[in-house]
Design a protein around this ligand. Structure first.
Ligand code: 5GP
Length: 184
């Protein structure tokens, strides 16, 4: 059986990680996307267990204490983390497992999974990132500003990752992502 692998996709909020992941899964349904846990409230249309596992703060903290998370981070006032069991199960089954997570958690994966392929998605520019964050219209102004400040900090870490891909043209970025995932 082919050996499984962990692929970590990171980059600032608004860079288009979600869109890239959806396009990637469309083309390669054999990839397994990990469902994260979070303490943030569901957005309209988000289903528990599909978009995220929506947890209370205390339930999330119990998962931390019991080492049930592969990584976790605080982001814009909420916790986000990757449940460990499912990821390990799918990798042991030989699958390629995708994580779509923020930068601090992605950095931490290097310790728990040294063999993970860690890919950083960059925006064409900070101005373009701000434009994308605003045009989503899913968040209030204060949340947008918090995300933008965080994004500027996160961009400083891009050099620490195995691969960097600029998401300017979606199709080009997607092809670079496919090359990174399937050629290694
Ligand atoms: P959103 O609230 O927009 O869904 O996600 C906010 C940020 O949290 C995004 O950058 C997203 O990639 C990240 N995120 C989602 N799940 C996880 C996770 O399990 N761990 C970490 N560290 N970040 C996550």
């Amino acid at each position: 059986m082919a050996s499984g692998k962990l692929i970590v996709l990171t980059g600032p909020s608004g860079v288009g990680k979600g869109t890239l992941v959806r396009a990637l899964l469309n083309r390669h349904p054999e990839l397994y996307l990990s469902v994260s846990a979070t303490t943030r409230s569901p957005r309209e249309g988000e289903v528990d267990g599909q978009a995220y596992y929506f947890l209370s703060k205390s339930a999330f903290e119990t998962m931390i204490e019991q080492h049930q998370l592969l990584e976790w981070a605080e982001y814009a006032g909420n916790y986000y983390g990757t449940p460990r069991a499912k990821v390990e199960e799918k990798i042991n089954q030989g699958l390629l497992v995708l994580l779509e997570i923020e930068v601090i958690g992605a950095k931490a994966i290097k310790q728990s999974f040294p063999d993970a392929l860690r890919i950083f998605i960059l925006p064409p520019s900070v101005e373009e990132l701000e434009h994308r964050l605003r045009s989503r219209q899913t968040d209030e102004e204060a949340a947008i500003l918090r995300r933008l400040e965080r994004a500027k900090e996160e961009l400083k870490f891009s050099e620490e990752f195995d691969q960097r891909i600029v998401n300017d043209d979606l199709e080009v970025a997607l092809q670079e992502l496919e090359a990174a995932i399937f050629s290694n």
